[in-house]
Design a protein around this ligand. Structure first.
Ligand code: PLP
Length: 770
């Protein structure tokens, strides 16, 4: 197998690679100083010396003075201990309820707010949790603290935020916390601050401070809790009385040895491992300049004036965090979306708390590095970032000044674009560059605009299948933005975007003659489909012969909401008619062929596309209508009953048909791991290996072959066309899908198997596990 391209790790706020000296020190602690510090023999004494000399060094690094420094497993444990200690003390004082407030910064790590909730509940303290608001830069609201501090049992703040790198002014905070109410216990999360800004805890009145080894080049599973002299302490782990009873359990010597190695670098002013703040700031400037060049409309979410230089939080308009992560992973750049260490959430609660716009929160990417960053690595990373930007430009995902006239790169045939459950479609005839857009969603407007613009396509029409109730169409907006790409004679349209100028007609299989527009060698015919709404229409795309578009020649049918996957479009709107829907379904039956791929306006289950045969097999009512077992009046009765099951505003949206929860027994088919794939490759097994990622990801990925096998790129957005080709060819050649992590490849497998294409499998874990 070819070597994957060198990984550029820019996610150091999540964790860091252990420095070689720290790894070496840990190894020595395992092999040589492996004793138990509690043992009284020489091996034990050596271990104890290692432990105490690490503590001594930590005292120096943190400016800990006479405080207690307790070794533990990491910051989350330190947070528990600090909060438990403070709340236990409060419990002892038995204060009236109105004097029980737990104050914490709204941008704290989740470990803080969750621990407050947890221990408040366990100790039955019944205190009120109050999140301290922050301003747009993420700086804590001091007036809010001033107002509530006198009734607070604990106040939890942080020095440096993990998502944004924003620094709180500790001496300002200290003034408001201490002036009116000197008794309150103050916890400060210092995890992201160490190594990036100077810390001198004994200069402050902080009661508890937490640190974690793995955030600064030491091992995972080692951390430190600072407890100010005199601050109350309740251990959460009781046992053999290690750490003077503060934290029982045999100590993690390899972890301590790694900490010591890192701290030795920190106290050595002549060290060449950690860069100065000025140099780190120059690295940030280089990253920022490269991001601006690569993604011209990038927006930075943290204010660099009040952030550590090692964290850059940014959003690229029109790209979700997930899409950017896919892009960067393909370029072998590891960054994070929001807070990698705390959740699977799609948005960033930190950016939300700062009041940034929703799209910024949904698109946020965090790029973070550590003080041991090198210029060489920054340069390689910047080159990669530029490559990522270029890949997006070449695929028309972001607009470029230069029009690439070489080929209709990636934009050919049928493209399915999704926003939530709704679908927009773009069909482009490769040879003529003529294209059409169907059911455009506002969130996708600029993406569609870019595609037309950068490939200089001829936009024959922007169409809707009906006036949508659940979302806005951006048809008019697109027609306006792209008017120069629309041929003059096609600019005048009806209410759904159909050019009124089109007079010629093709006949369909049921004999009706309907208007059409040409798309290169294909035609797009319009048929009326009233039912879901009065104005519903459908568009049939295929190759017409002698002015006839026979059912078998209809390649794609854009049916809007008349027929959705697994259900029929609802017919209980004011402008709906079940009687007309019945007739529209008859028309579909007569005009669609066995291999026509149905492209609906919604895809609630990630099935992508469907066929009439599959729908009939899964939708009893539809089957009865099409098989003539149900007349118009019984259809009306049954359909009305059916529509009663529609639950509106599920996920705050109007449903366009009955939503049936996904069948738990979905047919995933065979799932293989990478070892099995390797075996198949070694044995020259016959199959097509398909990278299901987007073209820009495929291009950035440096492995275009696995073993001797060429990897073909069929992005999920082009799955409809792949399905159509497969159904038409009739062949069922085995296919193995792959993607970044195995999620998209699994979706593709399920979708194809649902359509009866059984010879598909996917690689679990995807490229990530190669
Ligand atoms: N606090 C902050 C600011 C963090 O960034 C993290 C980790 O991401 C933690 C606490 C938890 O640290 P640990 O994983 O060492 O428990």
């Amino acid at each position: 197998m070819p070597e994957p391209c060198q990984e550029i790790y820019l996610d150091m706020n999540a964790t860091t690679k252990v420095l070689p000296v720290a790894a070496q020190a840990a190894l020595e602690a395992m092999e040589i100083s492996f004793g138990n510090p509690s043992s009284s023999h020489i091996t034990g004494l050596k271990a104890k010396h290692l432990m105490e000399s690490t503590r001594q060094l930590a005292r120096e690094v943190l400016g800990a003075g006479e405080a207690t420094l307790v070794f533990n497993s990491g910051a989350t444990e330190g947070i528990q201990t600090a909060i438990l200690s403070a709340l236990k003390e409060a419990k002892r004082k038995d204060l009236p309820k109105e004097k029980r407030i737990l104050l914490y910064g709204s941008t704290e790590h989740k470990a803080v707010s969750e621990a407050l909730k947890h221990w408040n509940h366990i100790l039955e303290l019944d205190a009120q949790l109050l999140a301290i608001p922050v301003d747009h830069r993420g700086i804590l609201d001091l007036t809010f603290i001033k107002k509530h501090i006198k009734n607070a049992l604990i106040v939890c703040t942080m020095i440096v935020n993990n998502e944004t790198g924003v620094i709180q002014n500790i001496s300002e905070l200290e003034k408001v916390i201490r002036q009116p109410h000197s008794e309150v216990l103050w916890f400060v999360d210092c995890v992201q601050a160490l190594g990036k800004i100077k810390i001198n805890l004994s200069d402050t009145t902080i009661d508890y401070a937490t640190f974690s080894g793995h955030k600064l080049y030491a091992l995972k599973g080692i951390g430190l809790l600072y407890i100010r002299k005199g601050a109350p302490h309740t251990p959460i782990i009781i046992g053999g009385g290690q750490e003077s009873g503060f934290r029982s359990g045999t100590e993690n010597l390899p972890g301590m040895a790694s900490l010591k190695a890192v701290y030795e670098i920190m106290v050595d002013e002549d060290n060449t491992t950690f860069e100065s703040p000025e140099t780190l700031a120059s690295f940030r400037d280089k990253f920022v300049a490269t991001l601006k060049k690569s993604f011209p409309d990038v927006v930075f979410n943290n204010d660099f004036e009040c952030s550590v230089p090692t964290t850059i939080n940014f959003s690229v308009p029109r790209f979700s965090s997930k899409e950017m992560m896919d892009l960067f992973d393909a370029a072998s750049i590891r960054v994070s979306s929001g807070s990698a260490c705390s959740s699977q959430a799609k948005r960033s609660y930190v950016l939300d708390a700062m009041g940034l716009e929703a799209w910024q929160s949904e698109s946020a990417i965090r790029l973070s590095f550590g003080p041991a960053m090198t210029e060489e690595l920054v340069n390689i990373a910047c080159e990669r970032l530029e490559e990522a930007g270029t890949a997006l430009r070449q695929n028309c995902m972001i607009l470029s000044d230069q029009v690439d006239d070489s080929e209709v790169f990636g934009i050919k045939g049928l493209i399915q674009l999704k926003q939530g459950n709704a679908c927009s479609w773009l069909y482009c005839d490769e040879a003529s560059r003529e294209c059409v857009v169907i059911d455009p969603l506002p969130a996708l407007a600029e993406r569609i605009e870019n595609m037309v613009h950068c490939r200089q396509l001829i936009l024959k029409a922007v169409l809707d299948t009906h006036s949508h109730a659940d979302h806005q169409s951006c048809r008019l907006e697109l027609q306006q933005m792209l008017s120069e790409f629309v041929p003059k004679d096609l600019r005048l349209t009806d209410a759904l975007g159909w050019p009124v100028q089109l007079k010629n007609k093709v006949s369909l299989s049921d004999g009706e003659k309907v208007p059409y527009l040409n798309l290169g060698t294909q035609v797009l015919a319009k048929i009326l489909q009233p039912g879901h709404t009065q104005d519903s229409v459908a568009y049939l795309l295929g190759e017409a012969l002698s002015h006839a578009l026979t059912s078998s020649a209809v390649r794609y049918a854009f049916l809007g909401d008349t027929l959705l996957m697994g259900t029929l479009g609802r017919s209980d709107f004011k402008t709906s008619s079940t009687e007309l829907m019945f007739e529209s379904l008859q028309k579909i039956k007569n005009c669609l062929g066995e291999w026509t791929v149905i492209c609906p306006s919604h895809d609630y289950h990630n099935y992508f596309v469907t066929t009439l045969e599959i729908e009939c097999s899964q939708n009893e009512l539809l089957a009865e209508v099409l098989e003539g077992k149900c007349d118009q009046s019984s259809f009306t009765v049954l359909k009305n009953k059916h529509d009663k099951q529609i639950i509106d505003h599920q996920n705050a949206e109007i449903m366009c048909g009955v939503y049936k929860a996904c069948d738990s027994a979905v047919d995933v088919g065979e799932e293989i791991n990478f070892d099995q794939l390797r075996e198949w490759l070694d044995n020259n097994k016959q199959f097509a290996l398909v990278d299901i990622r987007e073209p820009y990801e495929h291009e950035l990925h440096h492995q275009k072959k696995l073993g001797n096998k060429e990897v073909i790129n069929i992005p999920l957005t082009r799955l409809a066309q792949f399905v159509s080709d497969r159904l038409r060819q009739g062949g069922d050649e085995p296919v193995v899908f792959m993607c970044r992590s195995g999620t998209r490849s699994k979706l593709a497998s399920i979708a194809l198997r649902r359509l009866g294409l059984q010879q598909v499998t996917h690689v679990m874990g995807g490229y990530a596990l190669i």
